[in-house]
Ligand binder design. Structure first.
Ligand SMILES: [Zn+2]
Length: 290
């Protein structure tokens, strides 16, 4: 879950450049320019919302041609290659994992081939793309996926993991909570329920917490050699790491951020402070053996 500021400016020009190539003519793009112009305008107007978009009746030949163009290495389409290269190992725009490895069509090519090359419809994603597949809508009214460009709050903190029973067998509970100001509750619930793997997110936080307990300096470098002098210092150092992670990935819902935020939760923080401030504790030593 990450906000993108993809611009739709220059997209029609890029398409016109594709249309002037032999491949573009083969794909019949040149003969459909008026149709594309209308479709692109409609996409922006309706903010990519599949409940409002008419889409065109899928035509297998047109769909195949557009899919072929999506994979073509044309100079006019260099923005797709750039997006693909920049995506690797970064925050997934749909679920927040740090395993992006492909570019997804928000409105799937299968149903909306006209947006195969349209940048505002393209986003880096991880394997959660398999859960999305060719789906666009949920079964109930208003259910749809959040759009990384048009749903303003997609990068605001919405994913939380609560860590409990710290000593022997900690438990990890994933909670998705709507950020303030989210108007489209049905879309938010459908998106987090369908795309965010609670098991995978809990595992990510579990790995992080175990790494932290084994050696706190693995997560906060300052803890390698010194113990925090007060709970306020501990909080500030963890918060600095959290801010850094949010900035680095440009989203509060990247999974490292979810982990660091879990450490700052009131009861978890109190537990960490008790362990770190235990009399005689050697700086850098394990908090507990998990
Ligand atoms: Zn994902």
């Amino acid at each position: 879950m990450k906000k993108f500021a993809h611009s739709s400016k220059g997209q029609y020009r890029a398409l016109a450049a594709v249309a002037s190539t032999k491949r573009g003519r083969d794909a019949e793009i040149a003969t459909r320019m008026a149709f594309f112009a209308k479709a692109y305008r409609e996409y922006v107007k309706h903010r990519g919302n599949p409940w409002l978009m008419t889409g065109q009746v899928p035509d297998a030949a047109f769909r195949n041609a557009m899919a072929g163009m999506f994979g073509a290495r044309l100079a006019a389409l260099s923005y797709i290659a750039k997006l693909r290269n920049a995506a690797r190992g970064r925050c997934c725009s749909m679920c927040g994992s740090l395993n992006s490895n492909q570019v997804d069509h928000f409105l799937p090519q299968h149903h909306y081939p006209e947006f195969s090359l349209f940048l505002p419809n393209l986003f880096p994603v991880c394997s959660c793309n398999q859960s999305k597949g060719n789906k666009t809508l949920g079964p109930d009214p208003g259910e749809r996926f959040l759009h990384p460009k048009f749903d303003r709050k997609i990068g605001e903190r919405a994913l939380y993991v609560r860590i409990r029973c710290h000593d022997d067998a900690p438990t990890y509970t994933v909670v998705a909570r709507k950020p303030k100001g989210v108007r489209d509750a049905a879309a938010f619930d459908f998106h987090t329920r369908t795309l965010v793997s609670h098991d995978a997110l809990a595992d990510h936080v579990k790995d992080g917490f175990e790494r932290f307990c084994r050696r706190p300096g693995n997560v906060v470098r300052a803890f390698k050699r010194t113990n925090p002098g007060s709970k306020a210092v501990l909080t500030r150092l963890l918060r600095d790491e959290l801010d850094e992670s949010c900035w680095q990935h440009r989203s509060k819902n990247n999974w490292d951020s979810v982990f660091l935020h879990a450490l700052l939760e009131r009861r978890t923080l109190a537990w960490i402070w008790r362990r770190m401030s235990a009399p005689g504790r050697v700086a850098g030593s394990p908090l507990v053996r998990l």
